[in-house]
Design a protein. Structure first.
Length: 202
């Protein structure tokens, strides 16, 4: 009976303040301000990595065999609300396709260099951005106007950022400054009307 009451209370709380905030209260998680800590979180999740997707998922998400070489992180329901970079959650790096993002156990591809780059952007901007797009499946990517067929998003090497309380130009300058200091994190950057695309190349 107690479990039922607690379960109902959790659902009500999630509906009122959002599942992310409920996760914060339950786990008492702190802001992730160090790349080593962020990498440890991702590596821990990679312990449950998927070396090969189920055939039904391949068909749904449009993957071909070449994507087998990328680490696909298995993400359980609660894991998606973990902070990974600053107060940006793992959820923000997941594919926005609802069939993928909200399945009971989903997966993500996150390049470690990209993770470090986002961490440096977060520190330099005091977290003044929102991650609007991270990993994408080929099927979802094909639905987006202007997205390239071989987008770095498919490999978990790109993010789209929307600035908060700073301008697109200011955020772009921060990214360029980081790339100048860290040539190994250089990539393509494009400033759109409302967001910035940045990626890493290997």
């Amino acid at each position: 009976m107690l479990k039922i009451i607690l379960g109902v209370a959790a659902v009500c709380a999630a509906n009122l303040i959002g599942p992310g905030k409920v996760y914060d209260l339950v786990t008492n998680q702190k802001r992730v301000s160090d790349y080593t800590e962020a990498l440890d979180i991702i590596k821990a999740l990679e312990d449950g990595k998927v070396s090969r997707l189920e055939e039904s998922i391949y068909r749904r998400d449009g993957y071909t065999r070449k994507y087998n070489r990328y680490k696909k992180i298995r993400v359980k329901h609660l894991d998606r609300y973990r902070y990974v970079v600053g107060k940006h959650r793992l959820n923000h790096f997941l594919c926005r396709d609802k069939r993928v993002k909200y399945s009971p156990t989903t997966y993500a591809i996150i390049n470690h260099k990209l993770l470090e780059k986002v961490m440096l952007i977060d520190k330099a901007s005091a977290g003044q951005f929102f991650i609007t797009s991270g990993h994408r499946t080929p099927t979802y990517n094909a639905t987006l106007t202007g997205a390239t067929k071989n987008s770095r998003h498919l490999e978990g090497r790109a993010v789209d950022l929307i600035p908060i309380n700073i301008s697109l130009k200011e955020l772009g300058k921060i990214i360029r400054s980081i790339e100048k200091q860290r040539p190994d994190l250089r990539g393509y950057m494009h400033i759109y009307e409302k967001h910035i695309h940045t990626d890493v190349r290997e």
